[in-house]
Design a protein around this ligand. Structure first.
Ligand SMILES: Cc1cc2nc3c(=O)[nH]c(=O)nc-3n(C[C@H](O)[C@H](O)[C@H](O)COP(=O)(O)O)c2cc1C
Length: 211
C-alpha cells in the first residue's frame, strides 16, 4: 500500500512539474514577445516624436538656395525630395522677377502646378521649403498647399531669404492647413544656404527629426 501511495505521489509531482514547465515556457514566450514589441509601441505613442512615418521634402526654388537646404535636410532625415514647379516661369532678372511676384501676390494668383506628388496620401511628415517672396511664400507654394490633402499630417516649414526671415509664411501655412500639425520653421539666409549644414542639423535635432 505504501508503495502504491509513493507511486501515486511521484506521479502527481511529475505531472505538476510538467504542467508548470509548460506554463512557464509559454509565459516566457509571451513576455519575450512583449519585450520585442515594446520599443515600437513606445515610439508610436511618444507625443513629440515625428520621426515615425514616411517623409516628403517638397520645395520651390528659383535660384537654387532653397534646393540646397532641401538636399541637406534629406541627407539628415532621408525621405523623398520633390520640386514644386509651376507652369508659368519667372524672369531671370531679379527686378523683373520681383515685379511679377508682386503682381501675383496682390492678385492672390494661384499658378498652375507643373509637377504632382505621386501617392501624396502615403506621406506622414512633409517638409515644405520655399524662398521668401514679398514677406511670404511664392504663390506656387500656396497652390501646392491648397491642392493636396494635408489633414492629419505633420508639416515642417523651411525657407531661404534675403533678410526678412520666415516673414508671414508660417502663419499663412497654419491658416491654409488648419488640419495639419505645423512645426517651427527654419529660416536660412540665401547667401548661407550652401554652408548651413550645422544650423540645419541642429534644427532637425531640436524638432526631434535627427536620425
Ligand atoms: C521675387 C522675389 C521676391 C523676394 N522677396 C524677398 C523678401 O520679401 N524678403 C527677403 O528676405 N528676401 C526676398 N527675396 C530674396 C529670396 O528670398 C532669396 O534670395 C532666396 O534665398 C532665394 O531662394 P531660391 O534660390 O531658392 O530661389 C526675394 C527674391 C525674389 C526673386
Amino acid at each position: 500500500m505504501k508503495k502504491v501511495l509513493a507511486l501515486v505521489t511521484t506521479l502527481i509531482m511529475a505531472f505538476t512539474l510538467i504542467g508548470c514547465g509548460g506554463n512557464g515556457g509559454s509565459k516566457t514566450k509571451t513576455e519575450s514577445k512583449a519585450d520585442v514589441a515594446a520599443p515600437n509601441v513606445s515610439n508610436q505613442v511618444k507625443p513629440d516624436s515625428v520621426k515615425t512615418g514616411k517623409i516628403l521634402i517638397a520645395y520651390f526654388s528659383k535660384t537654387g538656395n532653397t534646393k540646397s537646404v532641401a538636399q541637406e535636410i534629406q541627407k539628415n532625415v532621408g525621405g523623398d525630395l520633390f520640386e514644386i514647379k509651376t507652369t508659368n516661369t519667372y524672369p531671370e532678372e531679379y527686378q523683373a522677377a520681383t515685379e511679377q511676384a508682386k503682381t501675383e501676390k496682390n492678385n492672390k494668383f494661384r499658378p498652375q502646378l507643373a509637377t504632382q506628388v505621386a501617392d501624396f496620401a502615403s506621406y506622414d511628415v512633409i517638409f515644405v521649403g520655399y524662398p521668401i517672396w514679398w514677406g511670404t511664400m511664392p504663390m506656387g507654394v500656396f497652390s501646392f498647399l491648397e491642392q493636396n490633402n494635408f489633414a492629419g499630417k505633420t508639416v515642417i516649414p523651411f525657407c531661404t531669404h534675403g533678410g526678412s526671415g520666415l516673414g508671414d509664411s508660417v502663419s499663412e501655412i497654419k491658416k491654409t492647413l488648419p488640419q495639419a500639425n505645423v512645426l517651427s520653421g527654419l529660416a536660412v539666409r540665401g547667401s548661407e544656404a550652401g554652408k548651413a549644414q550645422t544650423e540645419i542639423a541642429n534644427w532637425l535635432k531640436n524638432i526631434g527629426m535627427a536620425k
